[in-house]
Design a binder for this molecule. Sequence first.
Ligand code: IMP
Ligand code: MG
Length: 187
Amino acid sequence: MMDTNAKLYGDLSRILVKREDIAQAVKKLGQEISRDYEGKELMLVGILKGAVVFFSDLVREIDLPVKMEFMAVSSYGASTKTTGVVNLVKDITVDITGMHVLIVEDIVDSGMTLSYLKKYLSTRGAASIKIATLLDKPERRRVDLKADYFCFTIPDEFVVGYGLDYAEKYRNLPDIGVLDPRIYAQE
Ligand code: IMP
Ligand code: MG
């Protein structure tokens, strides 16, 4: 479907996950989380900015009271490869003691971002810390990290859309697509 974002679609080599399939997977994940966290104090921590679209769809599929917080990190800049250094740009300021924290992320690639965040949050007295990611790219893992929940495993290709960006572009594509390598050929 190439409606309102037709201009952006021209930069893709192909669509990898269609919006209908994303919606179905997110709904299923929301139901699973609702079952697993029944009777617990759940705090969802969304990682800005890539996870915002996934986060906003996911919370509406969770049938439990949830608290919502956001953190921001940077490690990529305008590049398709991680620098390996994770910078905390925005922290959460609320007390997470006794809370069941679920970190919501767009993609696990090298695993550096989430292993940093998990370690960072683990010093603050949460009852549990788990990870929910939309996408998992296991071929690129550099640290031992497994997401507790994920929607799709994808091949080692750079993808954009549904929150994911290249140089801050394409986040508003409703589907997930493989970015045409000619777009970042100069890198
Ligand atoms: P990691 O620290 O290497 O696991 O990288 C995680 C972050 O890198 C994600 O939050 C994304 O912002 C970004 N990232 C990794 N792979 C992709 C991709 O294929 N497209 C867009 N962003 C990506
Ligand atoms: Mg990003």
